[in-house]
Write a protein that binds this ligand. Structure first.
Ligand code: 3NM
Length: 215
């Protein structure tokens, strides 16, 4: 598995709590067929699976990502990431620290960190994480404890401060925002609803991938 800046172009995040009637594995495979460039398993919030059920879903999702050769990240569960030998782990500001992750995780495991401010981005660069998730950009109903949106101006300010650090923008992003977000300096967009809540997740993904390829 190869992970680099371009892996962030169309970054899909999903947990079983993000789908209504559909099978999360079906939605993921549609997204993979549509061309997502990175995937994060984020099983969090009300109704989320835990324990063995969470492990089994993660394992099946990882197999799908391997089939399509798409990097597989786990959100905020280092034990699970290690057990599955995931390509990467993604954490927030209040989760396990990057230093603690490095003490336990295999050195090749990639690390992503969520940030909202320029100071946090500068700190993330010092910590030498592999990428930052900048957000929330817009209002989102998917994450109940999301911070105040920072808008495109926030993306511009942060990516100017840490131009060498790969970044993906997140929070309330739809296809009509993709070009502006890339122009603002982010290497890609991370979405849940735009794909998971679409009538046709594969088509929704293809739209994002096409726009991304037009830049
Ligand atoms: N993290 P949607 S916003 C998982 O700001 C997540 O760090 C955010 O979902 C952050 O694409 C968010 O449906 C939810 O808005 C993204």
């Amino acid at each position: 598995m190869n992970f680099n800046r371009s892996s962030l172009a169309v970054y899909f995040i999903l947990g079983s709590q993000n789908v209504n009637d559909q099978d999360p594995l079906f939605v993921l495979e549609q997204a993979l067929q549509g061309g997502v460039t990175c995937f994060q398993f984020r099983e969090k919030g009300s109704g989320a699976k835990t324990g063995e059920a969470k492990f089994q879903l993660a394992e099946q999702m990882q197999k799908l990502c391997q089939k399509y050769q798409v990097p597989f990240f786990i959100n905020d569960d280092l034990e699970l990431a290690i057990r599955l030998n995931a390509d990467g782990i993604h954490v927030g500001q209040d989760d396990l620290s990057i230093q603690d992750i490095r003490k336990i995780a295999p050195t090749k495991m990639k690390i992503g960190l969520s940030i909202t401010t320029t100071d946090q981005a500068i700190e993330a660069e010092k910590l030498a994480v592999d990428y930052i998730g900048i957000g929330p950009i817009f209002q989102t109903t998917t994450k109940s404890d999301a911070k105040q949106p920072i808008g495109l101006e926030g993306v511009i300010e942060i990516t100017k401060a840490v131009p060498k650090l790969p970044s993906v923008a997140i929070g309330g992003i739809t296809k009509s925002d993709l070009i502006e977000i890339r122009k603002a300096g982010a290497d890609g967009v991370a979405v849940i609803s735009e794909i998971a809540s679409a009538d046709q997740p594969k088509l929704a993904t293809e739209s994002l991938v096409k726009l991304s390829g037009s830049i």
